[in-house]
Design a protein around this ligand. Structure first.
Ligand SMILES: Cc1ncc(C[n+]2csc(CCOP(=O)(O)OP(=O)(O)O)c2C)c(N)n1
Ligand SMILES: [Mg+2]
Length: 341
């Protein structure tokens, strides 16, 4: 009897997720994709200087950010993390505002380059341009929380090319030695700009390195939202239980060029790019939801229309925001002088 009940329990319910949870996850993926696509248009229209896209990474990002507790946990994301940041509390408008470098942008007041979103109100560290520095920041945040005895889990994400930077090994080893509550998410899309996996990752397997850092390593298919969620939920629980960090390697696809300054037709076969559509996490998860009876054409159409309206509003409001005041150009660059008598 028990075996029969288990066999008929929908997979998300087995993981403790409700029907509404998985529909909300799907909506976050749609929203991240729609914001991303809109910003490409804005970039091509000359409104945004530069865009770097998370298309193809949304499933892994929404799922791994899902267990985080807003206002309590921390995130140190990277430049492809639009879906992670949205899942952890940033709005579509925040993301577009940051890309437009508006004066009241929550990330940096228009001081960062596009794609460097974050924000103190969200516990999301604004990222740095040198790849991988956020991984050190994440370990530092975790160390600080541990010293203060706070229940905080920090998630950081990065690409497989970045996984080979020296400071990544130092950060992970330190986290392993001190059993720090960090979830490391390597989003392996097979490329570091134009350089394919076999020319950048010795052995081709990032998660396997976890054993050398004294932590748990997990490999997941980034197109399988529930598998990513399970890995992240377990990693979060392990971190909270004092059982140390986890390295999750999610195999994802990069559906666009590296950035708006790149043209992947120079180094990727058109057939390879065409085949990526089969691995689009939004289509895969949408099909799964339909299979579980949680989505039909009507609901899908409605969700997509809602998301489009949200992105229209977000971009209109973001564009209407003021540019930074020139008089504040040096703010945060030098200590501001005190003129006390
Ligand atoms: C220290 C450093 N070296 C090089 C660069 C230039 N750079 C920017 S993104 C990138 C590729 C990173 O690839 P990966 O880590 O696989 O992430 P992906 O972009 O594929 O998601 C490189 C080399 C940089 N920003 N910082
Ligand atoms: Mg990569």
């Amino acid at each position: 009897m028990v075996a029969k009940e288990t066999a008929t329990t929908p997979p998300h319910v087995e993981l403790g997720l409700t029907d509404d949870d998985v529909r909300a996850m799907y909506r976050q993926m749609l929203l991240a994709r729609a914001v991303d696509e809109r910003m490409w248009l804005m970039q091509r229209a000359g409104k945004i200087a530069f865009i770097i896209s998370g298309q193809g990474h949304e499933g892994a990002q929404v799922a791994t950010a899902w267990p985080l507790r807003p206002g309590q946990d921390w995130m140190a994301p990277y430049y492809r993390s639009i879906a992670s940041a949205i899942t952890f509390g940033m709005s579509a408008e925040d993301i577009v505002t940051a890309h437009l470098a508006k004066g009241d942008d929550v990330s940096s007041g228009g001081r960062q380059m596009p794609g460097h979103y974050g924000g103190a109100p969200y516990n999301i560290v604004s990222l740095s341009s040198p790849v991988g520095t956020q991984v050190l920041h994440a370990v530092g945040i975790a160390m600080g929380a541990w010293v203060r005895g706070e229940d905080v889990v920090t998630l950081t994400s990065f690409g497989e090319g970045t996984a080979n930077q020296g400071e990544i090994h130092e950060a992970m080893n330190f986290a392993g030695v001190h059993r720090l509550p960090v979830v490391f998410v390597c989003e392996n899309n097979g490329y570091a700009i134009s350089v394919p996996l076999d020319q950048q990752v010795g052995g081709g397997n990032v998660a396997a390195r976890a054993a050398g850092y004294g932590m748990t390593g997990v490999t997941v298919d980034g197109g399988d939202v529930l598998a990513c969620y399970r890995a992240a939920r377990d990693a979060h629980a392990r971190a909270r239980a004092g059982d140390g960090p986890t390295l999750i390697e999610a195999h994802v696809v990069r559906m666009t060029s590296h950035s708006s300054d790149d043209d992947q037709r120079r180094y990727r076969d058109p057939a390879e790019v065409e085949a990526l559509k089969e691995r689009d996490p939004i289509s895969i998860f949408g099909d799964q939801l339909r299979g579980w009876g949680l989505l039909d054409e009507e609901v899908d159409t409605q969700l997509r229309a809602d998301v489009k309206a949200e992105v229209n509003d977000a971009s209109k409001r973001a564009e209407a925001r003021p540019d930074p005041d020139v008089a504040t150009a040096l703010r945060h660059v030098y200590a501001e002088e005190q003129h006390d008598a």
